[in-house]
Design a protein around this ligand. Sequence first.
Ligand SMILES: [Fe+2]
Ligand SMILES: [Fe+2]
Length: 230
Amino acid sequence: MAALHDFIDTEKTYQLVVERFNSDSLPQNNVVNKAIDMNPELIELILDLYNNEEDFPFEKMKKFSIEEILTYLQATHHYYLSKKLPEIEQSLVHIFSKYGQSHQLLATLAYFFNDYKTHLVEHIRMEEKELFPYIQKLIAASKQPADALKPTEKPNFSIQQFIDSHSPIEDELQEVSQLIRRYSGDESIPLPYKIFLNQVELFELELRKHAIIEDYVLVPMALELEHKLI
Ligand SMILES: [Fe+2]
Ligand SMILES: [Fe+2]
């Protein structure tokens, strides 16, 4: 996707990655506040992932703790819900105010985006309510002395269950950009649509990187912990 690469330069990528740690975009009195002290080495490595995911050195991630990875992912979820989604919605409102009468694409676009938003919020909620608390329990248990570990009944959640149900939520978003491009055909796309398109494409890229960290960094770490404990 050449257009997208032109749009994202190093400085923008850096901004995109560190923006989620700004204190005003973080929830108050939440565990996520710790993210402000995010390990700079981890941020550096995540930036590398944004720049080039093909040769990403996953083994280098092993030196960070699972808590650090979890904190990063939580801050990122919050950033999506409190900043990225509202920004995209704002653009959609702007397009409506300008082209509401004339473009039939809009109804489809708004429907699609709302539907997408529901799926994304559900996806994040499942991770926040089931996966992350489960991992936090594993972390807490791993810090207990071995003889203090009581045999517990089988938990009703497992990392394997997460692996089986973790859907590529970013793929759906790709359809939005395809929809606009298909509709526009050879005509030039009006500026507000271009802005919206850029936001959607950036967000799609963002969600892909997020899923890579979940699937290839967090999950292997959590599986290892689970195997030791359960
Ligand atoms: Fe997530
Ligand atoms: Fe996810």
